[in-house]
Each structure stands twice: as C-alpha cells, then as structure tokens.
Design a binder for this molecule. Structure first.
Ligand code: SF4
Ligand code: SF4
Length: 100
C-alpha cells in the first residue's frame, strides 16, 4: 500500500496565492488577440448581405454591425477563420497578418 502525503491548502486569508508556483499567473497580461494574431479576416462589403452568420459563429464576439455590412473588431479578433469558413456568401477572406 502506497504512502500518500497530504499537502496543506493555500490559506488565502493569511498568505494569499503563492507567487512562486508556475503556471499560476499573478499579474494580468494586457496583450490582446490582435497583438499576436497571424491571420486577419477582411470583409468584402459588396458581397456581405448582413445575414449575421459570422456574428453567430465568432467565438470572440468581435463581429460588429455596420449600416450596410458586418465588420470585425480587429483588436480582439484572434484570426481563427471560423467566420470566413461559415460565411454563406464567401464575403470574408483570411489574409496574412503583417507587422505595422
Ligand atoms: S456571414 Fe458573410 S454575408 Fe453574412 S453578415 Fe457575415 S460577412 Fe456578411
Ligand atoms: S477570425 Fe475568428 S475571432 Fe476573428 S472575426 Fe472571424 S471568427 Fe471571430
């Protein structure tokens, strides 16, 4: 029969969360998906019929409604390409991200 060692739980009231345990992050990383994305979606306004399928499928909820088409908030878009894959009008194209 194996011997098990019980480790004490963190006492948040006394010490808080230890800052020497990987992979617990102790500081908030301000990086947004737009900072690391490798591909970006581009909407062809002439093809978009505002069906909102892209809005429905986008996992990052970054599809934005414009008066005549649906656009993308590129600050939070992670470039997954789901919108381009699901658009029934093939109005979204994924292009390679380039450094500004
Ligand atoms: S899925 Fe395509 S056609 Fe529909 S709103 Fe989005 S971009 Fe426009
Ligand atoms: S590429 Fe992904 S995250 Fe960006 S708008 Fe399309 S579905 Fe949303």
């Amino acid at each position: 029969m194996s011997q098990h060692t019980a480790y004490p739980m963190f006492d948040l009231a006394k010490a808080g969360v230890p800052d020497d345990l990987c992979p617990i992050a102790v500081t908030i990383n301000p990086m947004l998906p737009g900072d690391w994305r490798s591909m970006r979606p581009v909407v062809d306004r002439n093809k978009c019929v505002k069906c909102a399928v892209c809005w429905l499928y986008c996992p990052a909820q970054c599809i934005v409604e414009r008066p005549a088409w649906f656009d993308i908030n590129l600050t939070i878009c992670k470039g997954c390409g789901i919108c381009a894959n699901e658009c029934p009008q093939h109005a979204i194209t994924m292009i390679e991200e380039v450094e500004a």
